[in-house]
Design a protein around this ligand. Structure first.
Ligand code: DC
Length: 226
């Protein structure tokens, strides 16, 4: 059994940035579960399946193979054998994914893949339900969040730097809508696990949050060895 760190939190809280850095420092594997859901979202978009048709989405996901591999230490996500890592990062894919990830059939499909990875390796895994459903016995759970405004501003900066035209107010609305869906769905809603440590990052920089996470991890690992 690997040592597992679960990081949950809303969209744009910086989970992947922090988890990637902490994984590097700790020598752990970073598992981005959102990328797996996004691959499913991309499949639904490509096949023009209406995202609100739960039955059609569930059926389409049954026939799909999502897998991950690591190249130069970076997670790559494959959809039916095709590397789609470059295509899943758009707002369009993110918004469809937030809708379809509420469907039990979609979640069931990815749950085992995530649990198998954590069984074999020391992982730092981020998502929405890692501490509550995927790895409920993880020895370290974190809930990383920031205000909607802060998260929207970070996302705006990121997109603008990439040369993507966007409006801050639109991003704010998208993030608030995604929070609403992710937190209020019936299956595996985004929630802070009762034993998770809360990290509010609105006033904290990347380095500060990363060193907090690494510090907690080292403390828990030492405790586990005693
Ligand atoms: O973390 P992200 O923005 O890449 O995730 C995209 C969507 O996938 C998000 O809106 C909710 C869903 N998701 C989920 O339901 N459970 C997870 N463990 C990870 C992501």
């Amino acid at each position: 059994m690997g040592f597992n760190i679960a990081i949950d939190g809303p969209a744009g809280a910086g989970k992947s940035t922090i988890a990637k850095r902490a994984a590097k420092e700790l020598g752990f594997i970073y598992v981005d579960t959102g990328a797996m859901y996004r691959a499913m979202g991309l499949h639904i978009l490509r096949n023009r399946i209406p995202k609100d048709d739960e039955q059609a989405v569930g059926q389409a996901c049954m026939d799909v193979k999502v897998s991950i591999a690591y190249e130069n230490g970076e997670q790559q996500v494959y959809l039916n054998g095709e590397n789609v890592s470059g295509e899943i990062r758009t707002e369009e894919v993110g918004n469809v994914t937030s809708v379809i990830s509420a469907y039990p059939k979609v979640r069931k499909k990815l749950l085992h893949l995530q649990q198998d990875l954590a069984e074999k390796e020391d992982v730092i895994m981020d998502g929405r339900d890692i501490g509550t459903c995927v790895l409920p016995s993880a020895p370290l759970k974190l809930y990383l969040t920031a205000s909607v405004r802060t998260r929207a501003e970070r996302r705006y900066q990121e997109l603008t730097q990439k040369g993507v035209f966007c409006e801050l107010e639109e991003i704010c609305k998208d993030i608030a809508a995604r929070d609403e869906r992710d937190m209020n769905r019936e299956v595996s809603p985004l929630r802070q696990a009762s034993d998770a440590i809360l990290l509010e990052s609105s006033e904290l920089g990347i380095e500060e949050v990363t060193s907090l996470v690494v510090g907690y991890a080292k403390e828990r690992m030492e405790k586990g060895q005693k």
